[in-house]
Design a protein around this ligand. Structure first.
Ligand code: SAM
Length: 243
């Protein structure tokens, strides 16, 4: 596959401009470096089947960034990306929200290893990639109830995801879930999880990713009450027996 840097940067720029997100040439360069390293490591680790430059730009980079034109995020916040994989959306968001702290969590050691190398390569500060399961990390005092924002894409259905995510949030904190066309049915199925965990749907927003046909939605959830220590249940149970 022939990869042309100029073409890549041009495509990226066009997409980011359609999204109306402000950017610098440094951020475009960082995404280019990210892409090259992702390609190289993907050969060894097989992290994603999406590798063509235009596909990575729209399905990973722009799809991660699209929420920035929908939500006015406050500065200097503490974020957690659950099941970040090769860094989507958390790693990409960090590049555009450099003043925020990001924690990237994944249960796959090879993906976390890739992210730690990438963080080092890009010389980023205020970002950390951790290997583990959400159900286990949410029990740790320094993680539980300590995040302003949680985000997650393509990890589990909403009822399962809520049990992973809500315990990490501060009361008043918000979760941003990237979802596909089934989002309404997922919300209906998540009623009891929301009630049990003391959270509510604040908003659902239709997203428009430049060049992407697929329907994309953002579900925003607010945590209203502290989470009972029973949750999350032990690793594997939230998925096996959703609330
Ligand atoms: N968010 C990335 C994206 O959109 O490209 C990756 C999505 S991938 C389909 C799901 C990821 O979630 C995998 O990397 C998997 O290891 C991770 N994962 C699944 N369950 C998890 C859990 N309970 N705790 C932490 N990571 C989890």
């Amino acid at each position: 596959m022939e990869i042309n840097k100029q073409k890549f940067i041009q495509k990226l720029k066009e997409g980011i401009e359609v999204l109306n997100i402000s950017y610098s040439s440094e951020q475009l360069e960082q995404l280019w470096e990210y892409y090259l390293f992702f390609l190289e490591e993907n050969k060894k680790y097989n992290m994603s089947t999406i590798t063509e430059p235009e596909e990575v730009i729209k399905k990973h980079f722009l799809d991660s960034l699209v929420i920035l034109n929908q939500v006015d995020f406050e500065d200097r916040k503490r974020w957690l990306d659950i099941g970040t994989g090769a860094g989507f959306p958390g790693m990409v968001l960090k590049l555009f929200l450099p003043g925020d702290s990001f924690y990237l969590l994944d249960s796959s050691a090879k993906k976390v290893n890739f992210l730690n190398q990438l963080i080092y390569k890009l010389g980023l500060k205020g970002i950390d990639a951790t290997h583990g399961r959400a159900e286990d990390l949410a029990k740790l005092e320094e993680w539980r109830g300590s995040f302003d924002y949680v985000c997650s894409r393509a990890v589990a259905s909403l009822n399962v995801l809520l049990e992973y995510a809500v315990p990490f949030l501060k009361v008043g904190g918000l979760a941003y879930f990237y979802k596909g066309p089934e989002y309404q049915a997922e919300i209906t199925e998540a009623r009891s999880a929301l009630e049990t965990l003391g959270a509510e749907i604040k908003e659902s927003i239709e997203l428009d990713v430049p060049g992407l046909e697929a329907e994309r939605y953002l579900i925003i959830v607010e945590k209203n009450d502290p989470t009972d220590n029973k949750y999350p249940r032990r690793a594997g149970i939230p998925k096996k027996r959703p609330l």
